[in-house]
Design a protein around this ligand. Structure first.
Ligand SMILES: Nc1nc2c(ncn2[C@@H]2O[C@H](COP(=O)(O)OP(=O)(O)OP(=O)(O)O)[C@@H](O)[C@H]2O)c(=O)[nH]1
Ligand SMILES: [Mg+2]
Length: 238
């Protein structure tokens, strides 16, 4: 791998654990000597102080701080703007998806512009709560049917990009929160970038994850907005 690697980690209300999670990423990727960009936008629970402590020990850590909470999608794009790597990884900072899988995703960038982590296999193995599994399946069928993305899932918190693919679309993405991933991938696909999926493994804690009805509603609403743009905006559709 001759290209430099930037790992962007959005972190909101993660508390002290963010310090050890940052260290775990540097450790898992020590061969790659990556830059890690952590983005905190308005956490009030000590996340910011824990990031300060990590800054003192990791010279290749960059902290982006936004005063106001603008959502995970906006945080990812702000982190991307602060990054310099030729290859860019988006990684949930809670590390529900263990970072030792990142080199495998980066290797897949030899054959595609974008590698989308998918949890389907982990879900099938029964470590994932039932309702969430069913909803995720329905959602994937709906987005696949409408937007014709060549991947079976969009929402998993581990993805890798060749820098030019992100550069081409980042400025046009309008959704800040739950449907951000869909809009980003649909726009990149429309712009002619290639994508493949890579199965990723969940760590232990992910099984406890919560799914709020308000979140599902917002995801559905934002997905409908994307469908509207898809139907009406020139160049949105491939
Ligand atoms: N900076 C920033 N990070 C966010 C925001 N919302 C979520 N995140 C981070 O994005 C990652 C994924 O968020 P989660 O809340 O874990 O979402 P999830 O993985 O779908 O849900 P769980 O299964 O409950 O973990 C975590 O690292 C969060 O800290 C936000 O508004 N701003
Ligand atoms: Mg999570």
């Amino acid at each position: 791998m001759t290209q430099t690697v930037s790992v962007v980690m959005p972190a909101y209300q993660l508390g002290e654990v963010i310090e050890q999670n940052i260290s775990a990423v540097f450790e898992a990727l020590s061969d790659l000597e990556p830059e890690v960009i952590v983005v905190d936008d308005g956490s009030t629970d000590g996340t910011s102080e824990a990031i300060d402590r990590a800054l003192a020990t990791h010279p290749k850590l960059v902290a982006v701080r936004l005063v106001e909470n603008r959502g995970k999608g906006r945080a990812l794009l702000s982190g991307f703007e602060a990054s310099s790597g030729g290859l860019v990884v988006f990684l949930d900072a809670d590390l529900d998806l263990p970072p030792d899988q990142i080199p495998r995703l980066l290797a897949a960038l030899n054959d595609a512009d974008i590698v989308v982590g998918t949890k389907r296999e982990s879900m099938a193995s029964g470590t994932y709560p039932g309702l969430r599994r069913v909803l995720s399946r329905i959602f994937a069928l709906a987005t696949g049917g409408v937007f014709r993305l060549p991947v079976s899932e969009t929402q998993t918190g581990l993805k890798a990009f060749r820098r030019d693919a992100l550069e081409a679309v980042a400025g046009r993405v309008r959704i800040d929160r739950y449907a951000f991933d869909i809009e980003l991938l649909v726009r990149a696909h429309a712009a002619g970038f290639t994508m493949v999926e890579a199965p990723v493994r969940l760590g232990g804690r992910a099984a406890q994850s919560s799914l709020r009805p308000s979140m599902m509603w917002n995801l559905a609403k934002d997905t409908a907005r994307i469908a509207w743009w898809w139907a009406t905006e020139p160049g949105f559709r491939r």
